[in-house]
Design a binder for this molecule. Sequence first.
Ligand code: PGA
Length: 279
Amino acid sequence: MDQSIKAYIRQLVQEAVQQSASSLSNLPSSTGRKQYVIANWKMNKNIKETLEFLQQLKEGTGVEVVVCPPAPLLYPAKLYVQGQNKEIQIGAQNVHQEDKGAYTGESAANLLKDIGCSYCIIGHSERRQYAQEDDATVNQKAKQALKRGLTPIICMGETLEQKQQNQTEKVLTTQILGAMDGIDVSQVIFAYEPVWAIGTGESATAEEAQRIHAYIRAVLAHIDKRNAEKVSILYGGSVNENNAQEFAAMDDIDGVLVGGASLQVDSFQKIIAVFAKGA
Ligand code: PGA
């Protein structure tokens, strides 16, 4: 599609959403939406540490617990939780958009599914930065994940510079429309992860995150009014055992994607307990 037409559509959606966001955020709370606590280990942990962590980790009632280890640890992690009959899901941190072929170092969606992954993080800001993934790539990867039976966890968020320039809503609208082209809203999970909050120890405030989550939901409602209210939108960015409760209390925050604080089983378990309790 022509770039100017895309920009025009984005502008129209943004204006319409801004008008309706306040009324949408006043809707009844998130009853019925699935709650998630997801560990993004990034490039951390070896096999021994992984199995020790999973041995100690307990699932939580009413909350889906997902652990996303580095790719070589996916299969042993899956075998371990399966062998222990734990209700803990395993997710990949990335997936390739093609079925198979000459893509050195990449992982195919059907292989990830085959070894027991249920979820796949897509479009994390680190991959957008280091692997130059853009919204079109995110869209292709999400389509491929869905085709092979993996649930995409689609990440989005603004940089500090974009936030300071009051571009947050504009950036998110572009990211959502780009990522969701031709995708069924009800089949994916979203994670709002402001780039400035990732790994910095400086999270968004719960109120700030709630406002943005309501905005994201309003954009989704423009794509699919019926399903937008059912979609789980997680917050990520310096979530820890001390601030998790504040996020859990917000109507439009349906879980968290946790990096640093998911590496210690004690702190991750406390975060699970917060969401399990509220479920
Ligand atoms: P963080 O990372 O919790 O360490 O900020 C979150 C993420 O990158 O998903």
